[in-house]
Design a protein around this ligand. Structure first.
Ligand code: AMP
Length: 505
C-alpha cells in the first residue's frame, strides 16, 4: 500500500464529480479537478527537478492553487513547507537557510528579493500570486494531468511546519504521512463529518489548523468547503445559512459575537462550531451558547502533534476545558522536574504520545531528544491538569508560568478571576523581573470603554479571592492585547514592554 497521504486521501474515491471547494466567485472545484490540477502541478514540480524528500517552501496568499500545490507536493513525494505570508525577507532568510528547500514558491512581487536568498542554498524560485497567476500555474496549464503518486512510507516526511517561536528560534516540526493521515481520520470520526457537510474555511493555510485540520478533514470526509481568503464576520454569518461547520480560532468567535446578525436563526443550519489554537474564554463559550443555542466544541493541538484532545461530540462540552484525549492518543500530566506522572487534578506538564506526534525537529537532534521522554511521550510545554472526568485543562505555556517569591503562579488562575469582574473584556497575566520577588505578577487588562474600573478597584475585588502571593503587584490597562495571526496573545511582547516596571532608580 502507498502510505502517501495523497493516496490515502484519494485512492478509493467513489464519486469524483462531487464538489470539494467552492470559492466566493461561485467556482466549484470537484474532487476530479483537484486530482487533475494536482497532477499537473506535480508534473511541473518533477520537471523542475524536485525529488522525493526535497523541501518545497511556499510563501503565498491563501488561494485554491495554493492548496492544490500542497497536494501536488505530497504527490511528488516532496516535503511541503508553508510559510506565513507576513514573514519579512529577513525572517525568510532563516527558514530558507535552515530548511534548504529545492524550490521556493512566492508571490511574484517578492521574487526578486527571495531569489537572492534562495541562491545561497541553490533553490529555484517559482511564483504564485494572490490572483492564482504566476510561473507555476502557467507551467501547469501546459502540463499533463496524469501523474503517478510517488510511493512513500508512513514514516516519511510529508511536511515541515515551523513553530511560531515566541521563545527562541522557530523550529521545523517534521510531520510524517502517517501523522497527518491518522489525525485527520480520527477527527472525521470524532466530529461526525459526513459527505453532507459544508465547512466554512476562513483560516490561513500556512498553519496546522487551516491546512491539516480543516483541509485534510474535509477531503477525507468527501465533503466540501467554502474557501474564504480571510475571515470576514458578516460574510461568515451569511454563509451559515447553507454551511454546517465552522472551524475557528477564539478571535473568530469573539468577533462574531460582536455582530448583531449572529442569532439562533442565523446559525440554525449549522451543525458544529469548533474552536482551537488558543484558549477560548469560558465566558465566550457561555455567551455563544446563550446567543446561538450551540455549544462550541473546543479542542487542543499544536504544530508538533496535530490534535491531541477534543471535547465530546455527544456529551458535555465543558467551557474552559479542551476535552478528552483523542482515540489512540495518550495524554498525561507530569511533574516538570522529575517527569513523574501526577494524579488527576494535579497541575503539571502535559505530555502526549500517539500516531499524531511528530518525528522531531528538523536538524535539531538535541532539541528533539530534550523534548521527548524515554518512553516516547512528547513534552508539550503546556501546563495543565486532567480532571476527575478525564477532561484536560490547559493553564498556559510553561514559559508563561510566573515564579514569584519562589512560588508558582499559573497565569490562567489569576486571569480567570480578573476576567470575571464586571467591565473586564480580557486579561493577560505575566511575570516581570522584580528585585524582591524574582518576578512580579502583573495583570494587563482590557476593559470596556464604559467601565468604571481602575487598578485599586481590580485589586480590591481580588482581595480574599486569591492567595496573597498570586495577587498582581500592578494592574495595567491597555486598549488591546498583542496577538499573532492565530489569535494567541503574545506574552513575550508584553514581558518586553513592561520589563522595567519594577525597576527602581
Ligand atoms: P501552535 O503550534 O501554533 O498550533 O500552538 C500550539 C499551542 O497553542 C499549544 O501548545 C497551546 O499552548 C495552545 N493551544 C492550542 N489549542 C488550545 C486550546 N484549545 N486552549 C488553550 N491553548 C491552546
Amino acid at each position: 500500500m502507498n502510505a502517501n497521504l495523497f493516496s490515502r486521501l484519494f485512492d478509493d474515491l467513489d464519486d469524483a464529480a462531487r464538489t470539494a471547494i467552492e470559492t466566493l466567485d461561485g467556482r466549484r472545484i470537484t474532487y476530479d479537478d483537484l486530482i487533475a490540477f494536482s497532477g499537473r502541478l506535480a508534473n511541473v514540480l518533477v520537471a523542475r527537478g524536485i525529488k522525493p524528500g526535497d523541501r518545497v517552501a511556499v510563501q503565498v496568499e491563501k488561494t485554491v492553487p495554493n492548496l492544490v500545490l500542497y497536494l501536488a507536493a505530497l504527490r511528488a513525494g516532496a516535503v511541503y513547507l508553508p510559510l506565513n505570508p507576513a514573514y519579512t525577507l529577513n525572517e525568510l532568510g532563516y527558514f530558507i537557510t535552515d530548511a534548504e528547500p529545492a524550490l521556493v514558491v512566492c508571490d511574484p512581487y517578492k521574487a526578486e528579493g527571495i531569489k537572492t536568498i534562495a541562491a545561497k542554498v541553490g533553490a529555484r524560485v517559482e511564483t504564485l500570486g494572490a490572483d492564482g497567476k504566476g510561473s507555476l500555474t502557467e507551467a501547469a496549464t501546459a502540463a499533463k494531468p496524469e501523474f503517478i503518486t510517488v510511493v512513500r512510507a508512513s514514516d516519511d516526511l510529508a511536511a515541515i511546519l515551523y513553530t511560531s517561536g515566541t521563545t527562541g528560534r522557530s523550529k521545523g516540526a517534521m510531520l510524517t504521512h502517517d501523522n497527518l493521515a491518522s489525525n485527520a481520520c480520527s477527527l472525521v470520526d470524532c466530529w461526525r463529518f459526513t459527505d453532507k457537510d459544508v465547512l466554512i474555511h476562513a483560516l490561513p493555510i500556512y498553519h496546522t489548523h487551516g491546512l491539516f485540520v480543516a483541509s485534510n478533514v474535509t477531503l477525507f470526509a468527501r465533503t466540501s468547503m467554502i474557501f474564504l481568503p480571510k475571515f470576514d464576520p458578516d460574510l461568515v454569518i451569511r454563509l451559515m445559512a447553507r454551511a454546517t461547520v465552522l472551524m475557528g480560532v477564539p478571535t473568530f468567535y469573539i468577533r462574531l459575537l460582536q455582530n448583531p446578525a449572529l442569532t439562533k436563526d442565523s446559525t440554525r443550519h449549522m451543525r458544529l462550531f469548533i474552536s482551537g489554537s488558543a484558549p477560548l474564554l469560558a465566558e465566550t463559550h457561555r455567551e455563544w451558547s446563550a446567543r446561538t443555542g450551540h455549544a462550541v466544541l473546543e479542542r487542543y493541538g499544536m504544530t508538533e502533534t496535530g490534535m491531541n484532545t477534543s471535547n465530546p461530540y455527544e456529551g458535555d462540552r465543558v467551557p474552559g476545558a479542551v476535552g478528552h484525549a483523542l482515540p489512540g492518543v495518550s495524554v498525561r500530566v507530569t511533574d516538570p522536574e522529575t517527569g513523574k506522572e501526577l494524579p488527576h487534578e494535579a497541575i503539571g506538564m502535559i505530555e502526549v504520545k500517539g500516531p499524531n506526534v511528530f518525528k522531531g525537529y528538523w536538524r535539531m537532534p538535541e532539541k528533539t531528544r530534550a523534548e521527548f521522554r524515554n518512553d516516547g511521550f512528547f513534552i508539550t510545554g503546556d501546563i495543565g491538569k486532567i480532571d476527575d472526568k478525564d477532561y484536560v485543562h490547559i493553564l498556559g505555556r510553561g514559559t508563561d508560568l510566573v515564579i514569584s517569591g519562589g512560588l508558582n503562579v499559573y497565569p490562567k488562575e489569576v486571569e480567570s478571576e480578573i476576567d470575571a469582574l464586571p467591565g473586564v473584556v480580557e486579561t493577560a497575566v505575566i511575570g516581570v523581573p522584580h528585585t524582591d520577588f524574582g518576578e512580579g505578577v502583573t495583570a494587563v487588562v482590557v476593559r470596556d470603554k464604559s467601565a468604571d474600573l481602575d487598578e485599586a478597584k481590580v485589586l480590591g475585588a481580588l482581595e480574599g479571592r486569591l492567595a496573597k502571593f498570586k495577587m498582581p503587584k500592578r494592574v495595567i490597562f491597555v486598549d488591546e492585547l498583542p496577538r499573532n495571526a492565530m489569535g494567541k496573545v503574545q506574552k513575550n511582547i508584553l514581558r518586553d514592554t513592561y520589563a522595567s516596571l519594577y525597576k527602581t532608580g
